[in-house]
Every structure is written in C-alpha cells, then in structure tokens.
Design a protein around this ligand. Structure first.
Ligand SMILES: [Zn+2]
Length: 464
C-alpha cells in the first residue's frame, strides 16, 4: 500500500480533531462516489442535490446519476439558474422549503455560495449535509458558519460544518477562471493572519493554540509555493491548494474560532462586504478582497517592524490614550451606514481597554518586542513577494483591480480597525499610537499606494 503523503497525513490528523466533519476525500472523480460515502453516513435516507446551473453541469449531474444508478432515493435536484447567484437569505429559505418537503439530507454541489446556503438551510432543518466541492475558491467548506446576505448586509450565521466533503480534483482543476486564484489568496492570507496571532499571543491578548497553529502553518509554505501552477491549473498546485483550504476549515473547527485563518487581512474584506462594495457591477470574490487585505496588513507590518518598540515610553503613550467617548465620536463620523456604525460601536466597546491596561500592555510589549519582532520577520513574507505571488496566481494584486482607490483603502484601515474586536496589526499600530504616521507613509509619495493630491477627498480626516 502507498505511504500517505505529508498532506494526507496532516489532513487525516486535522480530520480526527474535527468535531463535525467525519469524511474528507480529495481525489479525481470522487463525485461519482458520492453515493457510497452518503450511504455509509446516512444509510437509506434520500439525498437531495442542491447546485447552480454551472456546478450542476460540472459535477451535479454525475452525482445525481451515481445515486440513481445505485437505486438510492434522490428527489428532483434543486438547481438555481440565476446567472449571477449570491448567497442571499431568500435562497436559504428556498433550500429550507425544498428539504422540509421530505426527509432528505442535502448534498451541496458547488463552492462558497451553494455550500454556505445549504449549510444554513440544513441547520435550520436540524439535518446534517454533505458537500461536493467544485472549486478551490475559499476555506469555508469544512468551517462552521455561513456567510449570507440578509436585508442588504452580509452576516455570518452560526451553523455546523458538513459531515463530509468530497473534493473532486477533476472538477476543481477545470474550475472557471479566477475561482482557484481566489482560494489561493484566501490561503496566502493565513500568513498575515498568523502574524496577528503571534502578536496577540505575545501581548497576552489571545494565546496560540499549538494544535491549530500546527495544522494551519505546518504545510502552509508548501501549499502556497506555486502560484503560477494555480493559474495554469497544474495538478499538484491545485491539489495542494484544496488540501490547504480544507485543513484551514478543519483548524477552525478544532479551535472553534476563525482566528487561526483570519486577521486584519479578512477585516478589510468584511468591511467591503458590509459596504456592499461592487466593481464593474459585481462584488469582487472573497479571495481577491482578502488578497488586497493581506497586502494592506503587510504594508502596516512593514512600517512597524523597524521601530525600536523595546524603548517605547509606556507611561506617555498611556497618558495620551483616548477615552472611549472620543473613539465613539470618531466612529460616528466615520460610518454613514447605521448598521455598520452600530457594529463598529459594539466591537470597539468590546475591545476597548483603559489607559492603565494600555500601559501594562505596552510595558509587556517593550519586553517581548525583540523576540516578537524576530518571530514576525521569520513568519511574514515581504510585501513585494506577496504582491508577486498574487499576480502570478491570477489574483488582484493592486487595490484598483477590485475598485478600491488609495484614498478609500486608507479610510478602510481606519474603519477595519473598528469593525472587529479581534486583536490584529491594526490594534498593535493603534496601541503604540503609530497608526496615522504609518498611514501617512503607506499613502505618501514614496509609499505603497501614493495618494496623488493630499488634502483632497472626503475622508481626509485622520483618526487617532
Ligand atoms: Zn477567507
């Protein structure tokens, strides 16, 4: 018998740590074995296939055929035929009605949208589900929670991960252009997310879970090593990518938080989701937004790492630390959408610490900085290399490619800080009161994204 590869061993270990997902199979042609896996897990329960027109053509039809050939009960599939399908709540309700009309367990055949909608609908019906992944486009297959737009705003709903995921390499290698690139950017972001976790851990804000860390970072460098291969649909590169994305979701199942897979990089993307950002009439893919968020995070690290924080004046900085009321006033000015403002206030209040706590944290930072800085330098990839890899994989590597002008990106730093309580490089920069000076560099004439005419533009006002 062939010895399992390092990736297969890691996937096996990640799977044994997961509390919900029992089976993950990454193989060529595995869509045709859906019945076998389904019967092992759910016996003779009917299988209800949910897909869209594209994923039905790419894999869904074969999945249906495999059930019908085996004589397994399989009602007429639910196939969404909208050309530009989004994860909207009414569709979740439609899947819920479809499932509630019988006692079937759903088989989601698709990528992020179909999987997330089926995940939530199955949860509403109190049923497990199985997923046949059709693209290496994001890490949500094996993760808990679903990202769904309800009443105009994108929200994350709590719901369990699928019991099984079948990733068919034949289908994934041939995924529509940009989909695997999106997954590559989502995986590359784990570098930035890891740096944020290192910082949070060193400052005593949120400890690193060694098992989760090992799952996510043990093979990450290998998975992201061949961006050109992703663009060309190379077998090995795409195989590594889907393995990495599946393990990432399993690591989130294990740690019960998305910390392991998401830091400031994702906060930029979430912000643009909440602002319903569209470019050329469409929402840019999750991965493309996260890729730009990763560059934004990296540009900020690049400003902070040269600082001699072991010498910072904790007492002075603590004395200058703003009161919560001043921060709340800044939030009021910075967000025009009421639901976004409410979210920013809630998250910021949850993470606000007073001057005394800031002083303690900064004193700790003085002590840990020499070692933390070394670890961050070792861990991070340089900005230029990240940008090159994104470009090579076929992702957006410049903000304008997703319709974000430099002036808006600068404002996104300020807003992204407020929308989540998670400690990231944004918090690190704020705590050392280097946030605005860093932005002045990043968007200055010699910065990463120069703003042509400083002093112009509606969001010129600096924050803290
Ligand atoms: Zn992601």
């Amino acid at each position: 018998m062939r010895k399992p590869s390092e990736d297969e061993q890691l996937l096996e270990r990640a799977l044994s740590a997961a509390d919900r997902t029992r089976v993950v199979r990454v193989e060529r042609g595995v869509r045709r074995q859906a019945t076998e896996v389904f019967e092992q897990l759910f016996g003779p329960t009917p299988a209800a296939i949910v897909a869209d027109a594209n994923t039905f053509a790419a894999a869904g039809r074969d999945v249906v055929d495999s059930f019908r050939r085996a004589g397994h009960p399989c009602p007429e599939p639910l196939v969404f035929d909208q050309p530009d399908l989004h994860a909207d709540y009414p569709h979740v309700e439609a899947i819920g009605r479809y499932l509630a009309s019988g006692d079937a367990v759903a088989v989601a055949v698709g990528s992020g949208t179909i999987n997330d909608m089926t995940k939530l609908a199955s949860h509403h019906c109190g049923r497990p589900y199985l997923c046949v992944a059709t693209a290496a486009s994001m890490d949500g297959y094996t993760a808990f929670g679903a990202s769904i737009t309800r009443e105009g705003s994108k929200q994350t709903f709590e719901c369990p991960a699928p019991v099984a995921v079948l990733a068919d390499l034949e289908v994934i290698e041939a995924a529509p252009e940009g989909m695997n690139a999106s997954g590559y950017a989502d995986l590359l972001a784990k570098i930035a997310a890891g740096a944020d976790w290192l910082a949070a851990d060193a400052l005593g804000v949120e400890s690193i879970d060694p098992t989760g860390w090992q799952m996510m970072h043990g093979r990450l460098r290998a998975w992201i090593a061949d961006p050109n291969g992703i663009r060309q649909g190379d077998r090995r590169a795409v195989h590594g990518l889907i393995q990495g994305l599946l393990v990432s979701g399993l690591a989130m199942q294990w740690t019960k938080t998305s910390r392991v897979a998401s830091g400031a990089d994702h906060q930029f993307s979430h912000l643009w989701d909440m602002q319903n950002h569209v470019h050329n009439g469409r929402a840019p893919s999750h991965g493309f937004k996260v890729g730009i968020g990763t560059l934004a995070s990296s540009a900020l690290y690049e400003q902070i790492l040269p600082l001699a924080l072991e010498n910072l004046d904790a007492g002075r900085l603590a004395a200058e630390w703003p009161e919560l009321s001043a921060i709340e006033a800044d939030i009021e000015n910075r967000f025009d959408r009421p639901e976004l403002r409410a979210k920013a206030l809630e998250e910021t209040r949850a993470k606000y610490v007073d001057g005394a706590a800031i002083r303690d944290q900064l004193q700790r930072l003085r002590t840990v900085w020499p070692e933390l800085r070394c670890r961050l330098r070792e861990h991070l990839l340089p900005f230029d290399e990240l940008a090159e890899r994104l470009k090579a994989a076929g992702c957006a590597s410049m903000p304008k490619q997703i319709g974000i002008a430099p002036v808006r990106l600068r404002e996104a730093y300020r807003q992204a800080y407020y929308i989540r309580r998670r400690f990231t490089v944004l918090d690190l920069a704020r705590h050392i009161q280097f946030f605005e000076p860093a932005l002045a560099q990043i968007f200055g004439p010699r910065g990463r994204w120069p703003i042509e005419a400083p002093g112009r533009g509606v969001d010129e006002g600096g924050g803290f």
